[in-house]
Write a protein that binds this ligand. Structure first.
Ligand code: NDP
Length: 452
């Protein structure tokens, strides 16, 4: 019989091998540690999961594509970026996961995101595999024409790897409705097919789902509300700190307001804004979605209630709940200490892996409800899967119907994580619950489908 300690030893050996075989990919190592370190109880309890090669296959992408993306700027200068698509696991359905355009993108970042995506997508219960892609292209300060030429060049290679039954990308950092439009146009031109289900996050007049732009932020707030209910509280009257000011942050702030909570911060890579009266969403949307400006412009235009703190982190502002919604490793141990000192009750991750492992440990030890991204931000990919279903049926659902489905899915994910954690002697530990529940679904499908 395999004991828990034998299993832990075997998993530690595998983690060392992952680091050796995938050098210089710290984010991927971090994501692999975070998942594998919680799996010992389920592998010890269910011997079929200890089958040689199962976990080794799970941590190795099925396919990794790296390609050159040449494009010309408005002055005619040629730039050469690097494109990536990591097709990590398709045991449950076509690869599904966003494209990130940011200067920090490299293979290790895309692999961490793709690995997380496998478990997140499994948790939605919607039959989608895990993948992720992107480029080290930085859209900041680029004209629409430059972004269009870049997207067209990117798709000129990517199109041969994707398809509605194969791999379905969406947006992520730096990729929103504008970029998805240019990418879809080039795909359609090259393939001569109206294949709406090849990309999600499309515009609403041409195959996009209502509530898709809102879904990740709304979903995270619904997950936070479910965690608060477990503690016998709700979001009404709570003060929230939110980081970021992109897609996820904006719709997080919107849903918090709808549920009676007050978000007092937002940020970007230049610093953060704190607004005592609560963030004015119309102004933030105007600056970020229409003008594509920086958050300091918000403080300048808002008046006395708001101030801009250059280079600072939102976590120093006292709050009941914290919703990191910008990027990985943006909330560290010192930030967690500050949040705890200020009495935070719940932290729910809108971004992917925004909280460092040390910070997660501190928060859980202090009794703070902690919702990991692969559960809490799964609303985005869930509504993407609903967009695929609508495309397939050549129909479009009302906003009310999509939001009702989203609410149902987020509550279901919360229940699954909560019950799984209890089943494995880790009550209240959503990290363990999410990892094990996602793992069981993927591992069962992989075992049934043989060694491939
Ligand atoms: P956006 O590009 O719309 O916004 C990103 C925001 O985060 C911007 O305010 C940006 O500021 C800030 N940011 C990005 N990188 C950094 C950095 N290195 N340091 C400080 N600030 C930074 O992206 P999204 O809102 O779509 O994504 C945010 C997070 O949510 C990511 O982790 C993403 O993977 C995750 N996510 C997104 C989903 C979606 O549906 N969009 C689904 C699930 C998860 P600046 O403009 O200055 O760079």
């Amino acid at each position: 019989m395999t004991t828990r300690s034998d299993t832990t030893t075997a998993l530690n050996r595998l983690l060392a091998e992952i680091e050796h075989r995938n050098p210089a990919q710290p984010e991927f190592h971090q994501a692999a540690h975070e998942v594998l370190e919680t799996l010992a109880p389920v592998i010890a309890a269910r011997p079929e999961y200890a089958e040689p090669g199962l976990i080794e296959r799970l941590v190795e992408p099925e396919r990794q594509v790296i390609f050159r993306v040449p494009w010309q700027d408005d002055q005619g200068r040629v730039h050469v970026n690097r494109g990536f698509r990591v097709e990590f696991n398709s045991a449950l359905g076509p690869y599904k996961g966003g494209l990130r355009f940011h200067s920090s993108v490299n293979l290790g970042v895309i692999k961490f995101l793709g690995f997380e995506q496998i478990f997140k997508n499994a948790l939605t219960g919607l039959g989608i595999g895990g993948g992720k892609g992107g480029s080290d292209f930085d859209p900041h300060g680029r004209s629409d024409a430059e972004v269009m030429r870049f997207c067209q060049s990117f798709m000129t290679e990517l199109y041969r790897h994707i398809g509605e039954h194969t791999d379905v990308p969406a947006g992520d950092i730096g990729v929103g409705g504008r970029e998805i439009g240019y990418l879809f146009g080039q795909y359609r031109r090259i393939t001569n097919r109206w294949e709406a289900g090849v990309l999600t996050g499309k515009g609403q007049g041409w195959g996009g789902s209502l509530i898709r732009p809102e879904a990740t932020g709304y979903g995270n707030v619904l997950f936070a509300a479910a965690m608060m209910r477990e503690r016998g509280e709700d979001l009404e009257g709570q003060t929230a700190v939110v980081s970021g000011s992109g897609n996820v942050a904006i719709y997080t702030i919107e849903k918090l307001a709808a549920l009676g909570a007050n978000a007092v911060t937002c940020s970007d890579s230049s610093g953060y804004v704190v607004d005592e009266k609560g963030i004015d969403l119309d102004l933030l949307k105007q600056i970020k979605e229409v003008e594509r400006g920086r958050v300091d412009a918000y403080a300048k235009r808002r008046g006395a209630s708001a101030r801009f703190v250059p280079g600072g982190r939102v976590w120093e502002v006292p709050a009941d709940i914290a919703l990191p919604s910008a990027t990985q490793n943006e909330l560290d141990e010192a930030d967690a200490e500050t949040l705890i000192r200020n009495g935070v009750k719940a932290v729910s991750e809108g971004a992917n892996m925004p909280t460092t492992p040390e910070a997660v440990h501190l928060l859980q030890k202090a009794g703070v409800a902690f919702g990991p991204g692969k559960a809490a931000n799964a609303g985005g990919v869930a509504v993407s899967a609903l967009e695929m279903a609508q495309n397939h049926a050549r129909t479009s659902w009302t906003a009310a119907r999509v939001e009702e489905e989203l609410t149902h899915i987020m509550n279901d994910i919360h229940t699954t994580c909560h019950e799984t954690a209890e089943r494995y002697d880790a009550p209240g530990d959503y990290v363990t619950g999410a990892n094990i529940a996602g793992f069981e679904r993927v591992a069962d499908a992989m075992l049934a489908q043989g060694v491939i």
